[in-house]
Design a protein around this ligand. Structure first.
Ligand code: ATP
Length: 311
């Protein structure tokens, strides 16, 4: 039962194997960048058994996400974005293909990957401090309080340590969710539409916050979002996932300097191109399905100063 609660809340189980020893953790005061070749998704497919049918959702997904990159996944509703994120988290098993983080094959949830969900999933009977502590791996016996405090500061919630989730705004609750996901110093932070339930103003404020944390922590981030503006504001690259059975249809490199302004012509053109890519009928062009992706793909500079990588 306890494992089930931990898994639902943090996307991991308490008995999971973890490559890090206690000693390692204690000396790691800074984040570990993702090792090896980053996050590699190779020929990944996923099908679900629905009644007597085997429904293919993801078909031959290939992506390489670089160490320290901010990567966004966008696509129509039901195309499989969350499923792909859960596969990276190890919460869903790929039906085919492999996923590697820092060269290690993903077979189950692990502390090298943190996850934030659309709903904050805080335990209502625990305070902010206790919720973050709950996410911290059990084997850390020394300095827990300092680690938790460090993460409260990281997400700007000083003064709310003893508040309960019911006493927080939606944005504050998601900050706690972020702190809890980061507290084990993951190499990759997986964000499944974490701002989807927030009002427009809070959402923009939280986008700035996520960017600040990413810049400070250098954690590789993979964000699923329905919001094209959000993707363009945050991402180094944006992958457009096509219709079911889905493949990576396009990958856009966003070459706008940060901090990005949302209100200029270049930004508007980028938005339009991304929009067109999402709603382009599948049959016309399916691109970027090669495993190592980019060297083998022709690179097309678009007028809107983003780079569209096509096969
Ligand atoms: N456990 C499951 N059993 C059966 N089908 C599933 C399961 N999980 C997901 N699916 C199906 O897989 C497809 C992709 O779902 P997923 O939630 O990944 O899409 P999504 O792109 O994240 O959608 P949205 O943007 O609407 O959140 C959907 O058709 C969904 O019904």
């Amino acid at each position: 039962m306890a494992n089930k609660i931990i898994s639902w809340v943090t996307g991991r189980t308490s008995d999971q194997a973890c490559e890090r020893t206690e000693d390692n953790f204690a000396v790691e005061q800074s984040r570990r960048p993702i090792g090896g070749n980053g996050l590699q998704i190779e020929h990944c497919g996923k099908s679900f058994q629905v009644h007597h049918d085997n429904v293919l959702v993801l078909n031959d997904i290939n992506l390489t996400i670089h160490p320290g990159e901010f990567f966004c996944l966008v696509g129509g509703s039901g195309c499989g974005k969350s499923t792909l994120l859960k596969m990276i988290a190890g919460l869903e098993q790929a039906s085919s293909g492999t996923i590697r983080v820092g060269g290690r094959k993903v077979t189950k949830p692990g502390l090298d990957r943190g996850m934030v969900f659309q709903e904050h999933r805080l335990l209502p009977w625990l305070t902010v401090r206790q919720n973050i502590d709950f996410g911290l791996r059990e084997s850390v016996s020394n300095g827990r309080e300092a680690i938790v405090q460090e993460h409260i500061r990281l997400v700007g919630l000083q003064g709310f340590e003893n508040a309960f989730p019911g006493q927080l705004s939606g944005g504050m609750a998601q900050r706690v969710g972020l702190a809890r996901a980061l507290v084990n110093r993951p190499e990759v932070l997986l964000l499944d539409e974490p701002l989807g339930a927030l009002d427009a103003l809070t959402r923009q404020q939280m986008q700035h916050e996520i960017l600040r944390i990413w810049e400070a922590e250098k954690t590789t981030m993979v964000l699923v979002t329905h919001d094209i503006d959000e993707a363009l504001f945050l991402a180094d690259r944006v992958a457009v996932i096509g219709d079911k059975p889905s493949v990576v249809r396009d990958i856009f490199e966003v070459n706008l300097p940060r901090p990005r302004s949302r209100g200029n012509a270049a930004y508007d053109r980028l938005r339009q191109e991304l929009w067109d890519a999402i709603f382009r009928p599948s049959a016309t062009k399916v691109v970027a399905t090669g495993a190592e992706a980019f060297p083998s793909h022709e690179t097309v500079k678009t007028k809107a100063s983003i780079t569209c990588l096509v096969k």
